[in-house]
Design a protein around this ligand. Structure first.
Ligand code: SF4
Length: 114
């Protein structure tokens, strides 16, 4: 099976072609640097994304948050459910952890000072 991906590791956006056999990468072409190879191998085997969202503070304000590491794409729904159940007390600061280990060793952190 062949898959064509656009690398999202930098603005160049190389088009990378990956060939898989039995779920394993057997060839990879089109990347201009090693970061593209790492990205494409991970993307075809276990794609991950940083999740960004908001959490409602106790005063009703919506606080922007994100995971501090990418989490598996197939776990994003579960992560969003946890985020929707989360509240926080004010004030909060950039990098404060609201939920430790929300998924895949990633924490949910605040992305500003409020
Ligand atoms: S392969 Fe390298 S140069 Fe190409 S988009 Fe990815 S990071 Fe950028």
């Amino acid at each position: 099976m062949k898959r064509t991906l656009t690398c999202i590791e930098c603005p160049i956006g190389c088009e990378i072609e990956v060939e898989l056999e039995d779920g394993k990468v057997v060839s990879l072409t089109g990347n201009s640097c090693p970061r593209g190879k790492i990205y494409a191998e991970a993307e075809v085997v276990c794609p991950k994304r940083v999740v960004t969202s908001t959490v409602r503070a106790e005063n009703g304000e919506m606080i922007p948050v994100k995971t501090d590491k990418p989490v598996r794409k197939d776990a994003i729904f579960e992560v969003m459910q946890k985020i929707n159940q989360t509240t926080c007390k004010m004030p909060v600061a950039l990098g404060d952890i609201l939920v430790e280990n929300i998924c895949d060793d990633a924490n949910l952190i605040v992305t500003g000072n409020f």
